[in-house]
Design a protein around this ligand. Structure first.
Ligand code: PLP
Length: 293
């Protein structure tokens, strides 16, 4: 299996928090592995175990040129002596950016396709053609979200979160796979607050609900998705967000990237300011990773 390092919990101390009677903690899951960090570790775990168990030697997956999933998949497959193919959205631009350069160093082969063709990536014809080109492979969808990914995140919640003392768990949401796993694994404990990093992320509520149902066969009422903290949309940022992240790094020694966890933490601070959380609450923020140099 992939190496896993136990992760600490860091408390955030701030005057505003004290005034609101809120205790804020960060589960530093970004530190669980040097390269397969954060939620991607848990999303890949059962997928890679299954690829191995089925006797596959190659994993194929999809992503944009800045995808954390591509980065993590390259490192994880290398560690497990699997080959990897990344089907990348858009034309190849040289030199490769850091994400793709890292993936390539870790042995990933790339297949660049146009944005137009990329839209057809889930169609059977398209996958058949990939098999003709590359031979047999284990397929992991874009962003790594499928039932086994949800299962990995559910295991994380069960083993590493459910024994902790909190009223809320907050996390960033891209596809909703991680959140679906957390909701399932906590099995009704506390309240799970997701922050959409996509503009117009409202559709994610149905995604999350569907993934929870597919994995656990249940429905849980104890979750909520915030859609107002995307700061302009996926991988976009504002000066205000940048300012906030610099302040968190400086005052709290907490490094956050702006695509995912940064937006979530900024959103939670705003919710605290608006008295969304009951006085006396303990809030656990999930640092889902994504930091690189
Ligand atoms: C991929 C990613 C997410 C989003 O996870 P989903 O399961 O797609 O919602 C959140 N945070 C980080 C750092 C990520 O890399």
């Amino acid at each position: 299996m992939l190496k896993y390092f136990d992760t600490p919990i860091q408390e955030i101390f701030d005057k505003k928090l004290k005034e609101s009677g809120i205790q804020l903690f960060v589960k530093r899951e970004d530190l669980n592995h040097p390269f397969v960090s954060g939620n991607k570790w848990w999303k890949l775990k059962y997928n890679l175990e299954k690829a191995k168990a089925l006797g596959h030697s190659t994993v194929l997956t999809f992503g944009g040129a800045f995808s954390n999933h591509i980065y993590a998949t390259a490192a994880a497959t290398k560690e497990l002596s699997l080959k990897s193919i990344g089907v990348i959205r858009g034309e190849e631009t040289l030199p490769l950016n850091k994400t793709l350069a890292f993936a390539k160093q870790n042995g990933m082969d790339f297949h660049f396709i146009s944005r137009e063709d990329y839209k057809g990536k889930t169609e059977q014809d398209f996958i058949t053609r990939l098999k003709e080109k590359f031979g047999d492979f284990y397929l992991i969808p874009e962003g790594g979200t499928n039932k086994l990914a949800v299962e990995g995140c559910a295991q994380f919640a069960q083993e590493k979160l459910s024994n902790l003392d909190f009223d809320y768990v907050c996390l960033p949401v891209g596809t909703g796979g991680t959140m679906a796993g957390i909701i399932s694994g906590l099995n009704g404990k506390g309240k799970v607050i997701g922050v959409s990093v996509l503009k117009e992320g409202g559709f994610l509520r149905d995604e999350i609900k569907g993934l929870v149902r597919e994995f656990s066969g249940k429905e849980f009422p104890n979750w909520h998705l915030e859609t107002d903290y995307h700061f302009g949309g996926y991988a976009k940022k504002t000066a205000e967000l940048e300012e906030f992240l610099l302040r968190m790094a400086r005052e709290q020694n907490l490094q956050l990237e702006f695509v995912y966890s940064g937006k979530m933490v900024a959103g939670v601070f705003d919710l605290i300011r608006k008295n969304y959380f009951v006085r006396g609450s303990k809030i656990l923020l999930l640092h889902t990773g994504g930091l690189r140099d």
